[in-house]
Design a protein around this ligand. Structure first.
Ligand SMILES: [Zn+2]
Length: 200
């Protein structure tokens, strides 16, 4: 990835799961030129093995909905920065990635997200019980292949009640940004985790 400088900091915090004081926090501030700074952090608890990755965009704070209209190979390199509270939906392939208590933040490009969905479908196929189910999943895997191979037009929607998710567009003209009303933001699922007692 082509991020600029970043700084590193380490410390310990109280584990949100087992309340152990032995949870390591690793933090990076990533500078993305002409865009923003992103605070990336990772928590690892040595006692209960709890792990969590997440992001905070440091200068955008409104509930947001972003839509990128991808239609060619370059567009598929657009990066999606999904904080743990972000909901990604891709209407053309009927896919939705919702936050949950164990949801992690991630940065991936559009092609990578479609491949991840495909991996999950392949995993589901292993647990399929009927021929009909297997056939449906195979059709879905093939559908995703057609997007990956031919870069068909596809819309990536990301909604975040805390405005911490974003899209780093290949072509800014193909990105739409909306502020969500409090009602719309309130309907989104969250996997919110609050850290108190952050210690250095
Ligand atoms: Zn723990």
């Amino acid at each position: 990835m082509t991020f600029g400088d970043f700084e590193l900091e380490h410390g310990t915090v109280q584990c949100p799961v087992c309340e152990s004081e032995n949870t390591k926090i690793t933090q990076k501030i990533m500078d993305i030129p002409h865009f923003s700074q992103i605070w990336l952090f990772n928590l690892t608890c040595s006692d209960c093995r709890y792990k969590h990755n997440d992001f905070l965009i440091l200068d955008i704070k409104d509930p947001t909905r972003l839509i990128y209209h991808a239609e060619n190979k370059e567009d598929y390199t657009t990066k999606i920065v999904r904080a743990a509270n972000g909901t990604i939906s891709i209407p053309q392939i009927g896919a939705m990635i919702e936050p949950g208590p164990s949801a992690d933040g991630f940065i991936n490009n559009i092609e990578g997200i479609i491949r991840d969905i495909q991996d999950k479908a392949i995993f589901l196929k292993k647990n399929a019980e009927t021929e009909e189910e297997i056939e449906k999943i195979n059709e879905y895997i093939e559908l995703l292949n057609s997007y990956i191979d031919r870069n068909l037009p596809i819309d990536i929607v990301i909604e975040d009640p805390f405005g911490n998710s974003t899209i780093i567009p290949f072509d800014p003209a193909k990105l739409e940004t909306f502020k969500l009303s409090p009602e719309e933001a309130g309907k989104l699922k969250t996997g919110y985790i609050i850290f108190e007692n952050v210690k250095k």
